[in-house]
Design a protein around this ligand. Structure first.
Ligand code: TNX
Length: 527
């Protein structure tokens, strides 16, 4: 299967054109009055925005939070103050017990009695005198602040912007997500992304209320996380990448730093180690993990060799156990993705037995196991999550009561080309323009996998043709924003024509952030 996926790829050509395409973007400083075109993405459940009334943020405005509020709520207030620091210049203020915030200010308020808002919902009310964001839990406060951010001019995204009278329209927004899983995946194995680049993705993904960052940490071409009990994984296979590009890996403490950074933006990192296939990088380092005990050569092309872990050998399970244990110890994780896709030359029985045993290992270590859709026919626990990507039997897992993440190749694969004239990207799942990325319904995509079986959606960004952060950004934006809306907004609020208008207003914001987004045709990106 992997051969046909890549048969139309001419790697050398791609590498040359990709280098030419990856000019470093310079962040654009917006004019003070920028942001007249304003839109909230993902579309909230309900939003009334006044065309006339507004709140004005001035250097005298402050952000307030109860001094007794949990630390997370106080951190959200600090985040909000920092967000508008080009205007107010003061950290968030604490309201002492029994006190209240003075008018003409921004208030961040946790209210556990608002269970109607769920774990991630919020209510935002802005009037001429006050902006108030209420959440039942800190995540809701954080998302309320992201909505406030989008109600402000795009200039706040840029340190060099100057505006002493920042207007926020009077508004009333009540909002919560449709799905609990709204994810993006970064393939750091085919090419490596340094930690600073991963953090930037986290920052921008949070703006669109994404809450999962799946890191594809191993594949045939490279191994990207330190495993102390198996040091050759990174010593040998940390250095390789497609086409001889620079490799790299995260030490466990760097990985923990990424996890903590993501957490501060309400994003849960989901580590993935590919088993039993897509494992050439591991086998290069430890040939005893292969059945013939002969080290394969490093693989640095697009596609994958027909290798796998020797699933009948006990030491392979020690390996899996050590990897799961060390990664989970480096940073506690509620999920662990074990790959499971595209295994070549293995009997179904061996595959099933392997996945079942790995499920036990992962579960015993604590996390919930996730695997690509090939694992669905295995007699899985209902606690395990299956990630749909191509035509498959994922409905089997829904039938047994398990949950599914939707990453359909023809809509959600951020590595597919936008159109055939583009150098970056692959084409095996088709071309994905912005409409194709947006205009589908998760609840009816896979027969037998209805809304109740769907945990959420995720956009994988495979990196066979992506060399630098600017390449990754070009493929992710704006398509991941379309997916973020499908993951968050109620079905009744979705509509391509409306989205098409709203996304245009985000060009200024992305440009101010310095994001190399694709200026896809048919959208008015002007500001
Ligand atoms: C399929 S999706 C793969 C990846 C490739 C990707 C390229 C999946 C589970 N496997 O190994 O990178 O296609 O689009």
């Amino acid at each position: 299967m992997s051969r046909s996926r890549f048969s139309n790829v001419r790697v050398r050509r791609i590498a040359i054109v990709a280098i030419a395409a990856c000019r470093a973007p310079t962040a654009v400083v917006p004019k003070p009055d920028v942001g007249v075109r304003m839109s909230i993405i993902p579309a909230p459940v309900t939003a009334e925005i006044s065309p006339t009334d507004s709140f004005t943020v001035t250097p005298r405005t402050a952000v307030y939070v109860d001094a007794g509020a949990p630390q997370e709520a106080q951190s959200v207030a600090d985040y909000a103050a920092n967000m508008i620091s080009t205007v107010i210049g003061t950290p968030a203020q604490r309201i002492p017990a029994g006190g209240s915030a003075p008018d003409s200010n921004i208030v961040i308020a946790l209210d556990a009695s608002r269970s109607d808002l769920g774990a991630e919902g919020y209510e935002l009310t802005s009037t001429r005198t006050t902006i108030r964001i209420v959440g039942a839990q800190p995540a809701g406060l954080f998302y309320g602040v992201q909505t406030l951010r989008q109600l402000m001019p795009a200039g706040i995204e840029h340190q060099g912007w100057y505006n002493r009278k920042l207007k926020v329209p009077a508004a009333h927004v009540v909002d919560k997500p449709r799905f609990e899983w709204r994810g993006g995946m970064l393939d750091v194995s085919r090419h490596f992304l340094p930690m600073a680049d991963v953090k930037r993705f986290i920052d921008v993904y949070a703006l669109y209320k994404l809450n999962r960052l799946h890191l594809h940490l191993s594949d045939d071409q490279g191994w990207r996380i330190e495993i102390k009990s198996w040091p050759k994984l990174t010593e040998l296979s940390g250095a390789t990448a497609i086409g001889g590009a620079r490799g790299g890996f995260y030490t466990q403490s760097e990985y923990a730093e990424i996890v903590a950074y993501a957490k501060s933006r309400y994003i849960t990192v989901v580590p993935e180690i590919e088993t039993p296939g897509h494992s050439n990088a591991a086998l290069v380092a430890y040939p005893d993990l292969t059945c013939d005990r002969i080290a394969p050569p490093p693989f640095t092309r697009v596609g994958g060799p027909p290798v796998s872990l020797c699933v009948t050998r006990d030491s392979v399970f020690n390996f899996v156990n050590d990897v799961v244990r060390e990664i989970s110890a480096a940073a506690p994780t509620p999920y662990f993705h074990i790959g499971g896709d595209e295994v070549q030359r293995m009997s179904h029985d061996d595959y099933r037995a392997f996945i079942k045993r790995v499920e036990q290992i992962v579960t015993a270590a604590g996390p919930r196991m996730i695997g690509w859709s090939e694992i669905a026919p295995v007699d899985l626990s209902t606690n395990t999550i299956v990630q749909h990507w191509t035509k498959d039997s994922v409905q089997l897992h829904a039938q047994r009561g398990g949950k599914v993440i939707l990453s359909p190749g023809p809509h959600a694969y951020l590595d597919m080309k936008y159109d055939s004239s583009k150098a970056l990207g692959l084409m095996w799942a088709g071309l994905i323009d912005l409409k194709q990325a947006y205009d589908w319904d998760p609840a009816t995509l896979v027969p037998g996998v209805g809304e109740g079986s769907i945990l959420g959606v995720e956009g994988p960004l495979w990196a066979e043709t992506l060399l630098t952060r600017t390449d990754y950004e070009y493929m992710a934006f704006p398509r991941i924003i379309a997916l973020a809306e499908l993951g968050w907004s109620p079905a009744a609020r979705l509509g391509w024509d409306d989205f098409k208008r709203r996304i245009g207003a985000h060009g200024a914001r992305l440009a101010a952030l310095g994001v190399n987004f694709a200026r896809v045709p048919g959208i008015d990106w002007t500001w």
